[in-house]
Design a binder for this molecule. Structure first.
Ligand code: ATP
Ligand code: MG
Length: 772
C-alpha cells in the first residue's frame, strides 16, 4: 500500500482524479505538457494494480507505434519498481542486474505483452487477423485471415490499372490519382460504391463508383486490404455481426485513447461501437465494470489533412458524458499545470496560440521558473542556418557536461529540410537519428536517383541498373530482366553490355524489346552528356526524361509530393557541392554521397541528436529544441497563406513545436535558401512576429564554438591511431579504438566505451587521450 501512495504521489490532484476514476466515461482536456499521457499511462497501471483488471481487457490507442512502445515500457517499469519493493524491499535500481532483468521479463509476460496498446491501424489489423473471414461486403466479397496489407503505392497502381487498362478511360478526364483519392475519402466516410453513386448521381459519380467496385474486386482477388480498410472493415463487420461486436465488446472493458483531438469519424465510430456494443440509446448503456477514457488538446490537432476532426473531442461530453456545465460535470477533468517547459517557453506558446480564432480558451500555468531567453537567429543561408544549429549544439554540450546529444532536437516543417543538417552533422562526426522517417540518403527516391547517376558514370554497376530498369514502370517485366541477366552471366559480361546492344535485346526481350531499347538509348544519350554538362543539370534532366518525376507528379499523394521535394533537395545538394568544390564532375559528387550513406549504417541509437518533422514531434519532449526554417511559405507553408483555416492548423503545429522544449528554445530562419536549386530570398515567418519582444533575444551572445583544452593538445598532431588503442575520454571514460576512418589530419576514430557503446570521434577535438 505504501508503494501505491508513492506512485500516485507522482501526480497532481486532477491527474489522480483521472487515474482513480474507475467506470464510466472520462474526458481529460488540457494543454501541452500538462501530464495527459502520464495520467493515461498511470491509469493503465492503476486499473491492473488496484482494480485487478486483466491486462487483456485493456485497449489503449496511441498515435504512433513508438509512443505505444514507450507506454508499455513505462508501465513495465512502474510494476518493476513496485515488485522490487515488495519482494526485495529495495528500490529497483538497487537490485543486481540479473534480478532486474528477471523481474522485468516476468512482468512482460504477465502484464505488458497481453495489453492491447498500439495505433488504430495496428490494433484493428490484429482484430481482423482473428475475424476478417467472417466478414462479407455488400457484394459478397470475402477475405482470409492471412490477408496482405496494400500500402498507398500498391493501391495507386491497382486503381491506375483499372482506369487505364480495364476500363480504358481517358486518364485526363479520370485522373487515376484523383479517382484513388475519391475512393479513399469514400471509405473514410464509410461509403460503399453504391452509397457513393447515391451521393453523386451523375456520369462522373457513376464511373468512380464503378472503378471503386472494380478496385474492391481486385483487393478481394488478392486477399488484400488497404489502410482505410483496416478501420472501415472492422466497423462494417461489427455492424453486420452482432455476435462479433459483442465478443470484442466483452473483450475490452477499458478503452483509452491518447491524442484524441486527431481521431477521424470512422475511428470514432469504432470506439463508440466497442464501448456501447452498438446500443444507440444512451440511457441503456451499462457502465458497470467498463470505461472509456480519452485525453487530448484541441490546440494540438494537426492532422486534418488525414480527415482528423477535433470537433470529435469537443463532442465527447455530449456523446458519452453527463453534459453538465464544467463546474458540475463528473465526466471531464481539466489539467492546468504544465510540468514540461520553462515559464518563458510556455508563455511564448500561449501567446502564439491565442492568435487562433477557432479554439476554446483554457488555462495552462507554468510550474517551472523562467529559463534562458528564447533565441531567434537569422542566418545568411540554409547552410549557415545548419552550421549555426550544430555549432550551438556543440557549444552547449561543452558548457554543460550533463547534456548529451540525445537531449537535442531539430524540428522542421518538411522532410527534405533534414538534408542540410545531416550534411553538417556528418562533417562533425555527430551521431543523429531521424525520428519517424529515414535518413536522407536512405530514402527510396534518393537511392533511385543516385542509381540513375551511378549508371551514367559506371554502366557496369548492375545493381544500380537493376534498381532503375523498370523504375518508374516502363513495361520491362521480370522475365525479360531474367533473360537479359542470364545471357550476361553466360557470356561473363556486365548486364549493360547486353542491354546496350540493340540486336541482343531484340533477340532476348521479346515484346519488351522496344521498351528496353528505349531505356538503353536514353542512358547512352546521357552518358555522353555527362562529359559536357554539370552534374546538377544531368540529375534534373534525367529525372524528368526517365519519367521518374512525371510519375510522382501524377500520383499527387502526400507521399509522392514528399519524394519530389527530396529529389529537388538532392539537386540542391549537387549544386552546393559544385559550388564548394569547384569540381562539377558527377563522379565526385557520387563519391561523396556514397560516403554519406555509408556513415549512416553506423550505430546510432545512443546519445544521438534527434531530427524530425514537427508532425512527428507530437507528444515528445526534449531539453533543447531548435525549430528551423521559420519562413513564410515554408512554415507556415505556402498553401496556408491564403487559407485562414490551414493557417490556424499551421499555428497549432507551431504551438506543438514550441511546447516540445523543456529548457531552451531556438527559432531560426535563413535570409535565403535554395528552392529547386536556385537561391531565393526568404521572409521571416509571421509566427516570429507573433511572439512578444520581451520573451526573445535576437543576438546570440558571441559564442565560442570550441574551447581550447589542454587535453586536445595532447592528441593533436599526427598521432598514429591503431585499432586496439586504449583511450581515456573526459566524459565517456575508458574505451578501445575499433575503427579508423580517413588519414592524417582528417582521421576520425570509432571508440567502444564500456557503458555507452560505440562512438565516432574526431581525435583533434575530442577531450580524449591515448592511454597505456
Ligand atoms: P502533450 O500535450 O505534449 O502530449 P502531455 O499533456 O501528454 O503533453 P506528458 O507528456 O504526460 O504531458 O507530461 C509532460 C512532462 O511533465 C513529462 O516529462 C512528465 O513526466 C511530466 N509530468 C507530468 N505530470 C507530472 C506531475 N504531476 N509532476 C511532475 N511532472 C509531471
Ligand atoms: Mg501526450
Amino acid at each position: 500500500m505504501i508503494v501505491m501512495t508513492d506512485l500516485l504521489s507522482h501526480l497532481n490532484p486532477s491527474q489522480r482524479q483521472a487515474v482513480q476514476h474507475f467506470c464510466g466515461p472520462l474526458l481529460v482536456v488540457a494543454g501541452a505538457g500538462s501530464g495527459k499521457t502520464r495520467a493515461l499511462t498511470y491509469r493503465i497501471f492503476h486499473l491492473i494494480n488496484e482494480y485487478k483488471i486483466n491486462p487483456e481487457q485493456i485497449l489503449a490507442v496511441t498515435f504512433t507505434n513508438k509512443a505505444a512502445r514507450e507506454m508499455k515500457e513505462r508501465i513495465e517499469r512502474l510494476f518493476a519498481e513496485k515488485r522490487a519493493l515488495q519482494q526485495y524491499n529495495k528500490p529497483l535500481d538497487a537490485l543486481p542486474p540479473e534480478e532486474q532483468t528477471d523481474l522485468r521479463s516476468q512482468i512482460y509476460r504477465k502484464i505488458t505483452k497481453p495489453l492491447w496498446i498500439g495505433t488504430f491501424h495496428s490494433l484493428f489489423a490484429r482484430i481482423l487477423r482473428y475475424d476478417v473471414n467472417k466478414y462479407q461486403d455488400e457484394k459478397g466479397r470475402t477475405w482470409e485471415r492471412n490477408f496482405t496489407i496494400f500500402d498507398e503505392s500498391d493501391a495507386q497502381s491497382v486503381v491506375k490499372n483499372i482506369v487505364t487498362k480495364q476500363f480504358d478511360l481517358d486518364d485526363k478526364k479520370f485522373n487515376p490519382r484523383r479517382v484513388r483519392y475519391a475512393i479513399s475519402n469514400a471509405k473514410n466516410l464509410g461509403l460503399t460504391p453504391n452509397d457513393y453513386l447515391q451521393e453523386n448521381p451523375n456520369y462522373k459519380g457513376r464511373v468512380i463508383a464503378e472503378v471503386y467496385d472494380a478496385y474492391q474486386n481486385q483487393l478481394a482477388a488478392n486477399n488484400a486490404l488497404d489502410f482505410d480498410d483496416l478501420i472501415l472493415v472492422p466497423v462494417r463487420l461489427f455492424q453486420q455481426r452482432e455476435d462479433i461486436l459483442d465478443y470484442w465488446h466483452r473483450q475490452f472493458y477499458h478503452i483509452l485513447v491518447d491524442e484524441y483531438q486527431d481521431t477521424n469519424r470512422i475511428q470514432y465510430d469504432l470506439i463508440r461501437l466497442l464501448t456501447t456494443n452498438g446500443e444507440p440509446d444512451k440511457k441503456a448503456w451499462s457502465w458497470d465494470n467498463r470505461s472509456v477514457f480519452v485525453v487530448g488538446d484541441a490546440d494540438q490537432s494537426i492532422y486534418s489533412f488525414r480527415m482528423a476532426d477535433f470537433r470529435i473531442l469537443l463532442g465527447f461530453q455530449e456523446d458519452f458524458g453527463d453534459g453538465l456545465p464544467d463546474e458540475d460535470t463528473r465526466t471531464m477533468v481539466k489539467l492546468e499545470e504544465n510540468y514540461r517547459s520553462r515559464k518563458n517557453i510556455l508563455q511564448a506558446a500561449n501567446f502564439i496560440i491565442e492568435n487562433n480564432t477557432q479554439r476554446i480558451d483554457k488555462i495552462l500555468r507554468p510550474t517551472r521558473e523562467e529559463g534562458e531567453d528564447i533565441y531567434i537567429h537569422k542566418a545568411d543561408s540554409d547552410q549557415a542556418e545548419a552550421k549555426f544549429v550544430v555549432d550551438r549544439i556543440e557549444y552547449l554540450m561543452e558548457e554543460n557536461p550533463e547534456l548529451d546529444a540525445g537531449q537535442f532536437a531539430i524540428l522542421y516543417r518538411t522532410n527534405a529540410q533534414s538534408r542540410v543538417f545531416e550534411d553538417v552533422l556528418r562533417q562533425r562526426n555527430l551521431l543523429y537519428l531521424i525520428v519517424g522517417g529515414l535518413k536522407f540518403y536512405d530514402r527510396k527516391e534518393i537511392k533511385d536517383a543516385l542509381a540513375y547517376l551511378r549508371v551514367l558514370v559506371n554502366p557496369a554497376d548492375t545493381v544500380s541498373l537493376l534498381r532503375i530498369i523498370n523504375t518508374p514502370r516502363r513495361g520491362i517485366g521480370a522475365t525479360t530482366v531474367d533473360n537479359l541477366i542470364n545471357a550476361a552471366q553466360e557470356l561473363g559480361v556486365p548486364l549493360w553490355e547486353i542491354l546496350s546492344d540493340e540486336t541482343s535485346v531484340t533477340t532476348l526481350a521479346g515484346r519488351s524489346a522496344k521498351a528496353v531499347n528505349r531505356f538503353a538509348g536514353m542512358i547512352q544519350e546521357y552518358q555522353e552528356k555527362v562529359q559536357e554538362i554539370d552534374g546538377a543539370a544531368i540529375l534534373r534532366d534525367i529525372m524528368e526524361d526517365s519519367g521518374y518525376l512525371p510519375d510522382l507528379k501524377e500520383k499527387g499523394t502526400e507521399e509522392a509530393d514528399n519524394r519530389i521535394e527530396n529529389i529537388f533537395e538532392l539537386y540542391n545538394a549537387v549544386v552546393e557541392y559544385q559550388e564548394d568544390n569547384e569540381d562539377v564532375r558527377l563522379q565526385a559528387f557520387l563519391e561523396n554521397a556514397s560516403l554519406a550513406s555509408d556513415m549512416d549504417n553506423l550505430q546510432e541509437d545512443q546519445g544521438a541528436i534527434s531530427l524530425m518533422t514537427l508532425h512527428s514531434a507530437k507528444g515528445l519532449e526534449f531539453p533543447v529544441v531548435f525549430m528551423v526554417g521559420m519562413e513564410q511559405g515554408l512554415f507556415p507553408n505556402s498553401r496556408s497563406l491564403n487559407d485562414p483555416a490551414s493557417l490556424e492548423e499551421e499555428r497549432r503545429l507551431c504551438y506543438v513545436g514550441i511546447t516540445r522544449a523543456q529548457e531552451q528554445l531556438f527559432l531560426t530562419h535563413a535570409r535565403e535558401r535554395y528552392f529547386w536549386g536556385s537561391r531565393e530570398t526568404c521572409i521571416p515567418s509571421q509566427f516570429l512576429q507573433e511572439l512578444p519582444e520581451e520573451l526573445i533575444a535576437r543576438n546570440v551572445k558571441q559564442m565560442r564554438v570550441r574551447k581550447s583544452r589542454p587535453q586536445s593538445k595532447v592528441v593533436e598532431g599526427d598521432i598514429d591511431w591503431q585499432v586496439g588503442d586504449r583511450v581515456f575520454h573526459n566524459t565517456f571514460g575508458e574505451g578501445e579504438v575499433t575503427h579508423i576512418f580517413g588519414k592524417g589530419k582528417k582521421v576520425s576514430v570509432a571508440v567502444k566505451f564500456a557503458e555507452l557503446g560505440q562512438k565516432i570521434l574526431d581525435p583533434k577535438v575530442a577531450p580524449m587521450e591515448k592511454v597505456g
